[in-house]
Design a protein around this ligand. Sequence first.
Ligand code: 5AD
Length: 362
Amino acid sequence: MCTILPNLNKKNKPNPLIEALIKKLYIQSNLEDNEMLYILDNITQGDLDIMSHYATLMRFKYYDKSIYLRGLVEFSNYCKQGCLYCGISRHNANIDRYRLRMDEILKSVKRGLALGIQTFVLQSGEDPYYTDDKLVEIVKNIKSLNPQCAVTLSVGELSNESYHKLYEAGVERYLLRHEAASPSLYQSLHQGMTLVNRMRCLEEVKAIGYQVGAGFMVGLPHQTNDDLLKDLKFVKNFSPHMCGIGPFICHPNTPLKGNKSGTALQTLVMLGLTRLLLPKVLLPATTALETLDPLGKERAFKFGANVLMPNLTPVIYKNKYELYQNKVLKYNLEEIQNNINKIGYIVDMSRGDHIDFRKEIL
Ligand code: 5AD
């Protein structure tokens, strides 16, 4: 059972107290715990316009109307970890495992470059086949296609030494969602892993100088508003450069089968609050959100999201990277651009670095 945001199915009139708290959050970029909990416990659909309004004002401060694109290449779905929610964890004996060859990875990146995309996210399960040396070779080959492009890695928990090596090889960004900042919730979902080690990885990656992405799922089984408060407090304190927030989507071939998924509305609320807590954060409209709601991207942009990650994984593999089912796989850049323009935003094909990492052009 999941007990988050218990009033979000109601369509009450706007609550003046919630409006005042959202305004305070906009002005201070922070709230007391009891104030944040009041929002989580009481927010209804009647309060969403106000939240969207202030989240949008906040995103305009640093990122104007830009939506940044990152091309996603899911290069291996082998994983040694056993995260209970994840469709590619080692628990799932029912999927075809694949690894992209070097030429397939480079071809995917070239497809993105031809579309004008300048930043690439290379993601995989935790696959020991990819030693540091193999990853370094991949990154070097990508950079040789276009030295200006930004390479992000998202390959899970590594040693500090590996993070250093990869940074030196030219990887500038690292994505590692913290998944759940509540120690008990984290522990119940991650056999053989610890939140302490997750945090060690995130701290190290940040200290090395990467732009870091953290993030969490919304609507996990047994998740409570207290747990969500912990996620919000963690992102506020850690201040990642990017924060991926998506609904939990229940996968039938995982130990969590039969549980309820999170919802798009819950996710929008968490996006809005995160934008208000972290004015400069890069906030993706996640594929998981779009999977639950065909208009999810557009809605996310109205709650402070400013990044989109079109999937560049070769067609024959991309449905095998099945973290959850019914994943949105089709991306037509022209259509994306049109839809984004229609709601008043602009696709920005530049590298889309976090504002603190931009080199000033005088
Ligand atoms: N539902 C939603 N998100 C999921 N992820 C993994 N499995 C699921 C699922 N069933 C997310 C995790 C991971 C990211 C790559 O995908 O947060 O970090």
